[in-house]
Each structure stands twice: as structure tokens, then as C-alpha cells.
Write a protein that binds this ligand. Structure first.
Ligand code: GLU
Length: 463
């Protein structure tokens, strides 16, 4: 049997790290087994969808390096892939459930249901939906219908036995039928609910494996019951722990920048992000940067862990460094972008990038180095080098005498002042860049304009 997986986001807002990891793992499972990967927009709640949200989500998934065989932008077998375009299909299957006694219309209002729950609670009973109470006399149903009230459609849940499945991540799971109450399949007004539409779509689209967050664990028994009632094949489900932020709290805006848009804007390389996400909850033999192909080949859902995982945006930096090191000159230049290097003369850009590429993680840092090495002559704020002016006076003299690299300055400086080794090179670096760390001094000397080097040495020779 060929594997078919899918990612089924609600198109509201941007995808965050947790969504992206779910999408990545489903993609890996499909691509690693030669299967198919589908995208489905769960957009029945049009009110919550923002202008362009779906397009941005698709663009973010493509940016991450995922490709799909069918989706909202590419029709295929089992489509359309937007729930908002599947109304006919939902009506047909709701009809089937009603005909076979697996669904019924319910005219109780939300307010009545709430009141009933409160009453049960007061009596010390579990606040469950009860079918007998919800059934209204025929005359009352007619009265409500005439008054224009729309019924909800509820599932006739099984009352005996259990719903069992083998979770791809958690192993055998079961829920007694008595814990499944008659949940809503379609809200009053006919809009299909998540449980019904999501399960039906998976079955009709031929989805064989669903990896999703453990917040859906309670839904799985209900969805399996729906598919059983429809006599449709169910996918195998696997539930992964949700990602928490560095503080251990479920990912939220406060966990720092974790939306795809923020990663992209910060210049994070997609492969760096994919490697970061792939390591949250799945072991890999390789410790280094893996290509998308290697991730797909090495992925095994049985190896997904059940322990909670923390996503720390700071960890992306490690993979970003490795991913940057893997870029060739042209890719590095296009990553940095011409704007970041505006201060660098075009003929110097390649050498400049080669000099700073091991010291940057973002185009913003490239821009800062470009500004520092080619922009204003003075370093702001004026750095304290820790060495006396005499050291720089000697260095300046040697520089003016034609020295072309930092090592050629060292001899004359030692002779004139006794300063040598790190007592010269550290102050020299501070004077030239205002920073204690950075590209090798030799490389800096090779790319910095001579007049800038001279001006900085001269400034420190005076003070
Ligand atoms: N639209 C659902 C969500 O975003 C899909 C859940 C699933 O993968 O089944 O949570």
C-alpha cells in the first residue's frame, strides 16, 4: 500500500514552528516511502480567514522545502482541497449517516444545552449530553422549524464497546464508547464541524497516515467512529507532543519569534529551520546538517518520542551556521542580498562575504559588517583598545611605510613599544572594528579600504 499523508492547516494567520514541524514530518513520511503528500485547507470558518493567509501559508511551506502532489493550488484525485469547496460532499455523507441511523437533527439550542449541563453538574452528575433529553416532541420540533430555527446534526455515538486504534507514536489506545457522546457533525446552519469534515476528507482523499498534535488525541476515537459508521477506510493516526517554547509553556507569541514569516524576515535558511525542527522529537544517526532528501530517507514515525519538546529559537543559530557554511559563493550572495552590502563596492563584495561569512547568521549582521568595514570612517562608539597611543603610532608608521598586512605591523610595534602577540593584535582588532571578535585580522586587512584602516590607526595614535 502506498503511503499518502497530508497537512491540513486552517488558513488563519501564519504557520508557527509547531505547524511547520507537523508539515515537515508528514512530508518526510510520504517522500521517504515514495508516497504522496497532500495539502488541504480547512477553511470552513471563513470568518476567521484573513486576506492572503492561505497563500502565505502555501508560500511558507514551499519556502521550507516541502512540495505537494495536490493541494488548494493544485487539484488532484480526491479534490477539491479546500473544505469551503466541498459542501456538496459533506451534505451527501451527512445524508448517508442520517439514512443509516448514525445521525439525527437536534433542535435544542446552545442555551438549552448549557442550562442542562449546569443542572447535571448541580446534581453531581457528569455534564454529558443526553440523547433522550435532547429529543423534543414532534410538535415542538415543528414549532421550532416554523420559527426558522436551524437544527444541528449530531452523531449517534455507539454506546457499547470501545473504539481502539494503534497509534503510530503511542501504541495501542482505546476509548470506551460510553465516553463518546453525541457530538455535533454539522452546526446549525449546515456548516460541517471539524471532526466530521476532517475525518471524511482524509478517507475520501485516500490518506493512509496522519501525524498530528496530541491535542487531537481525544478527537481520534470520535473520528474513527464516524468512519466506521460510513464504512470508509480510516487512516492510521500518530499523535506527537506539542512543541513548547524555551520556558516550557506551549508555543505562543511570547515564546519569541516562531512564525514562518519571522524566520524568513530574519534570513533564517529553510534548511537550518528544517534541521532544527526535525530534531525535536525524532532521533537521527547523523549529527551534522541533513538535506531534505536525507531527512525524508531517515524519518521513521515509530521513532517519534512521546516526551515533550521545547523549541528554542536560539537553537536555530547552530543549524543556521552549518547551513550557511554549506552555501556556495553565489548562494551566499543571494542570501545576504544586495541591500545588506550596499556600502560595499560591487567588485569587493565577493571578498567581503568570504571574510565575514563565518561571523554572521543573518543578512542584518552582514549589513552591520558592511557598514563597519566600508561605511563611516569612525567606529561608533569609539572603542577602548586597552593599548597606549604609542602602539598605534608605531603601527601607523609601518602601515604608511607600505605594510600590507597586520603581521608586517607586529615587528615595528614590538620594537618601538614592547607590545606583542595578543597585547598588540587584540587592541588592533578593537581599533579596526570596535569588536573583540570577528573575521581573521588578515582577511580584514585584505578587504578593508586602506584609507579606512589608516584613519582608524591614526585616530588611536592620537588619543
Ligand atoms: N485543521 C486542523 C488543525 O490545524 C488539522 C488537524 C489534523 O491534522 O487532523 O489543527
Amino acid at each position: 500500500m502506498s503511503v499518502v499523508t497530508r497537512f491540513a492547516p486552517s488558513p488563519t494567520g501564519r504557520l508557527h514552528a509547531g505547524n511547520l514541524r507537523t508539515a515537515l514530518f508528514n512530508w518526510c513520511l510520504a517522500r521517504g516511502t515514495g508516497g504522496r503528500f497532500l495539502l488541504r485547507a480547512e477553511d470552513t470558518d471563513a470568518a476567521r480567514e484573513g486576506e492572503g493567509d492561505l497563500e502565505r501559508q502555501l508560500a511558507d511551506l514551499a519556502w521550507l522545502g516541502l512540495d505537494w502532489d495536490a493541494g488548494p493550488d493544485r487539484d488532484g484525485v480526491g479534490g477539491p482541497f479546500r473544505q469551503s469547496e466541498r459542501g456538496e460532499i459533506y451534505r451527501e455523507y451527512l445524508g448517508r449517516l442520517a439514512e443509516t441511523g448514525h445521525a439525527y437533527t437536534c433542535y435544542r439550542t446552545d442555551a438549552e444545552l448549557r442550562a442542562r449541563r449546569d443542572e447535571l453538574r448541580r446534581q453531581g452528575l457528569p455534564p454529558r449530553y443526553d440523547r433522550e433529553w435532547a429529543a423534543l416532541p414532534q410538535a415542538e420540533i415543528l414549532r421550532r422549524r416554523e420559527a426558522g430555527q436551524m437544527p444541528a446534526i449530531r452523531f449517534t455515538a455507539p454506546t457499547t464497546g470501545e473504539v481502539a486504534w494503534h497509534d503510530l507514536v503511542r501504541g495501542p489506545r482505546a476509548l470506551p464508547a460510553s465516553e463518546i457522546s453525541d457530538f455535533v457533525l454539522a452546526r446549525s446552519g449546515g456548516m460541517p464541524g471539524f471532526l466530521f469534515a476532517n475525518a471524511l476528507d482524509d478517507a475520501l482523499m485516500g490518506v493512509t497516515h496522519v501525524l498530528r498534535g496530541e491535542d487531537h488525541l481525544v478527537n481520534t476515537a470520535r473520528q474513527l467512529a464516524i468512519l466506521r459508521a460510513l464504512e470508509l477506510p480510516a487512516p492510521r493516526y500518530g499523535h506527537m507532543p506539542l512543541l513548547a517554547g524555551p520556558d516550557g509553556v506551549k508555543l505562543s507569541k511570547r515564546s519569541g519569534a516562531t512564525s514562518a514569516g519571522e524566520f524568513r524576515a530574519a534570513g533564517v535558511l529553510p534548511l537550518a529551520l528544517a534541521n532544527t525542527l526535525a530534531r525535536l522529537g525524532h532521533p537521527w544517526e547523523a549529527h551534522g546538517l541533513m538535506s531534505m532528501h536525507e531527512l525524508a530517507q531517515g524519518f521513521d514515525p515509530a521513532q517519534l518520542t512521546t516526551s515533550g519538546q521545547r523549541f528554542d529559537p536560539a537553537h536555530v543559530g547552530h543549524w543556521q551556521r552549518l547551513a550557511l557554511d554549506a552555501l556556495d559563493d553565489a548562494a551566499l550572495a543571494s542570501w545576504a542580498g544586495p541591500e545588506a552590502m550596499a556600502a560595499v563596492p560591487p567588485e569587493q563584495r565577493e571578498a567581503f562575504l568570504a571574510a565575514v561569512c563565518h561571523n554572521v547568521e543573518s543578512p542584518a549582521e552582514v549589513a552591520a559588517w558592511a557598514q563597519l568595514l566600508f561605511g563611516a570612517t569612525e567606529v561608533e562608539p569609539w572603542p577602548d583598545t586597552g593599548a597606549p597611543p604609542a602602539v598605534f603610532a608605531a603601527a601607523l608608521a609601518a602601515f604608511d611605510a607600505g605594510a600590507t598586512d597586520h603581521k608586517a605591523l607586529a615587528g615595528p610595534v614590538r620594537e618601538a613599544t614592547g607590545a606583542s602577540g595578543k597585547h598588540f593584535f587584540k587592541p588592533l582588532r578593537m581599533a579596526l572594528t570596535g569588536r573583540a571578535e570577528g573575521p581573521e585580522l588578515g582577511t580584514l586587512f585584505a578587504v578593508m579600504p586602506r584609507e579606512v584602516i589608516r584613519a582608524r590607526l591614526a585616530r588611536h595614535a592620537q588619543s
